[in-house]
Write a protein that binds this ligand. Sequence first.
Ligand code: NAP
Ligand code: LUD
Length: 291
Amino acid sequence: MAAQILDGKKVAEQIRSEVKAGVAERVKTGKSVPGLATVLVGDNPASHVYVASKQKACQEVGINSFGYELPATASQVEVEDLVKQLNADPNVNGILVQLPLPNGLDEENVLKSISIEKDVDGFHPINIGRLAQKGRDPLFVPCTPAGCIHLLKMTLPKLEGLNAVVLGRSNIVGMPVALLLVRENATVTICHSRSKNLPDIVRQADILVAAVGRPEMVKGDWIKPGAVVIDVGINRIDDVSRPKGYRLVGDVAFDEAKENASWITPVPGGVGPLTIAMLLQNTLRAAALLD
Ligand code: NAP
Ligand code: LUD
């Protein structure tokens, strides 16, 4: 039987309307308007698109958005000085430094300079460290991984004891999503570019999270019948029939995989919109930390 589609756009709309109500409630009770500062360094075209979507989403829910852009030639000190200025700015509750940074900048040191109370991306080493430790809780959970877990929890009664396979071990998706799945008591296997027998490992998965950045790498016959498939990948492939000359596909061959899965996220319209919704939620929470 063909899978049901996990409509990330619709789920994200619901979260956004909850955040909008939360912001309105703050304002009604005389509390501050939450503020998000976005820091965009250099001219990565995808980063520009994503940051613009984040700023627009802020406006729609009543969160103040402060956009900062630095040239690709900005120095480490310039980027860190901007972060320090934002750390000290009472109108800014959340600071988002869009990744990747241009070559030559030290990502870890930039992320470390963000005040953990304003780390709405959840990438500060202290927040990530707490995510990995038993009995500790980060102030903020990274947005894309939080979105994946949100979708899974909506779909499955519980994640406990299920076999989860995560394809990818990056700092921004694979590793934190695996840590979150462990915290949900799933049994987690993390695969990466050196893993062997990928299809056989994936065939054991009740839950598959694919975050490798390889267009349609996961084939339909890798999917265990009834599995829930979360496709994080966003890959541009040439398509002359489209106005832009390309289309977006995930890391999973959607048309094949949907024949075996019970639920599957599409690309676009799956995890991407959740990333933005979770950022809004984290920003509202950051403002509430100060109440
Ligand atoms: P990344 O930093 O490039 O990491 C990719 C991971 O996949 C690495 O761990 C890599 O292994 C592994 N990998 C690469 N090729 C593989 C292969 N053939 N077999 C098995 N593993 C392989 O990418 P990322 O930032 O995590 O992003 C992954 C994808 O998700 C991209 O398409 C990105 O655009 C998308 N994304 C989407 C969202 C969203 O909101 N929807 C958010 C973030 C990212 P090694 O560690 O061994 O190199
Ligand atoms: N850096 C992210 N870098 C890249 N897709 C995103 C993303 C929206 N610091 C920091 O925002 O959380 C981050 N924090 N990331 N990403 C990727 C990652 C970052 C990816 C996709 C989308 C944000 C999104 O809206 C749409 C969808 O999947 O439906 C499609 C958008 C399109 O290109 O048409």
